[in-house]
Ligand binder design. Structure first.
Ligand SMILES: Cc1ncc(COP(=O)(O)O)c(C=O)c1O
Length: 363
């Protein structure tokens, strides 16, 4: 099988992350007691927290079940709730739906034809009531990076906080570069290639958040309130230590051996370009959105899977805003090929070959 759906989940999993998962599965619960079993688990948790903080470029790491949980906590946990929110035009539903749930006015930041935010135009047109910016570091549909550092600087100058969805970029290019953004969300299972089940909300600049879940933390048990301090304030209940330890190990790997996505992004784009497929979007990440004229997107996915043993993903990719921007919403989206660290030149040659054959059938 040739797997080209790395933007959904990174496979094969990193062996070191799987080893960390197995090791931590034998441990107890962090912070639950003062005995040696709890202490061993706490040490593993602290080790993962340090690695994830380094990957994020600093901040307090609050572990979650994934990027979705982290984004919900960040967007819905701010007090007072923001009066209005600015978003990029390509947001994934993991960010878009919690923004919608706030029930406040949403302003789409000015952007170019690729959906890249225009920071200068944003500065000129900035509505005074914006108190929160929610932006994807890179789109899972177009692979395009947003200018998050400049945007976070602008937001801070205008008194707004910035939440960055780094689901697609964590694990690429070493430490995350999101400037002074206060809230950073990502998960274990994409470019980091750790198993699903863990994620992080990294909090910077002293932002206070109301918890989305209440419960035991192993400390201050007599107090009916959640602890005032992070990360305990946002980490109710027993930690998913195996998944967290795997995330930590993957973060260390990503820092020790940074993976530069640029050559792979260019190679993937060339592979699709050379076939008869029509490229709809391609960016800095190894993600290419395409169409084969005359074949519905879901049919392309099914044919490639069943007849050619090649896995891509069709549809809306949980990001209808991106497809609306690209004009592919009405036809049910498009086909996405996304490559990862394990993708070979043979895989990409096979993609070109298969797409060429499929496109030829429809002529
Ligand atoms: C851009 C983006 N944001 C958020 C998510 C959600 O991540 P998770 O599956 O960890 O909740 C995804 C994954 O589908 C994504 O691609």
């Amino acid at each position: 099988m040739i797997y080209l759906d790395h933007a959904a989940t990174g496979l094969p999993r990193l062996p070191a992350a799987l080893a960390a998962l197995a090791d931590a599965a034998a441990l107890g619960s962090p912070g639950r007691g003062h005995h040696r079993v709890a202490a061993g688990a706490s040490a593993a948790l602290a080790e993962a927290r340090g690695a994830v903080a380094a990957l994020a470029g600093g901040g307090t790491v609050c572990f979650t079940s994934g990027a979705t949980a982290a984004l919900n906590q960040a967007i819905l946990g701010l007090r007072p709730a923001p009066r209005a929110v600015a978003v990029d035009p390509l947001l994934h539903n993991a960010a878009r739906r919690p923004v919608h749930a706030l029930g406040v006015p949403v302003w789409t930041l000015p952007h170019d034809a690729r959906g890249r935010v225009d920071v200068a135009a944003s500065a000129r047109e900035w509505p005074a009531e914006i108190e929160l910016v929610v932006v994807g570091h890179a789109s899972n549909v177009t692979g395009a990076l947003q200018p998050v550092a400049a945007l976070a600087e602008l937001a801070r100058a205008r008194g707004a906080r910035t939440v960055v969805d780094c689901a697609q970029t964590a694990g690429l290019g070493g430490a995350l570069d999101v400037g002074d953004a206060e809230l950073i969300a990502f998960s274990s299972h994409k470019a980091l290639r750790a198993p699903a089940g863990a994620g992080a909300l990294v909090v910077r600049g002293g932002v206070a958040l109301e918890p989305r879940a209440y419960g035991g933390t192993g400390a201050d048990a007599a107090d009916p309130e959640m602890p005032a301090e992070l990360p305990g304030r946002l980490e109710a209940g027993t930690h998913a230590l195996p998944a967290i330890a795997a995330l930590g190990r993957a973060a260390r790997h990503a820092l020790a051996e940074p993976f530069d996505p640029a050559p792979l992004a260019a190679a993937l784009q060339r592979a699709v370009d050379r076939s008869g497929a029509r490229v709809l979007a391609a960016g800095e990440l190894p993600i290419v959105l395409f169409a084969i004229d005359g074949v519905a997107p879901l049919e392309v996915e099914e044919i490639l899977d069943r007849a050619f043993d090649l896995v891509v993903r069709a549809g809306l990719h949980c990001a209808p805003a991106a497809h609306a921007h690209l004009g592919t919403l009405a036809e049910g989206g498009a086909v996405r090929a996304s490559a990862g660290a394990g993708t070979t030149t043979d895989d990409l040659a096979a993609l070109t070959d298969v797409l060429t054959r499929l496109a030829a059938r429809t002529r």
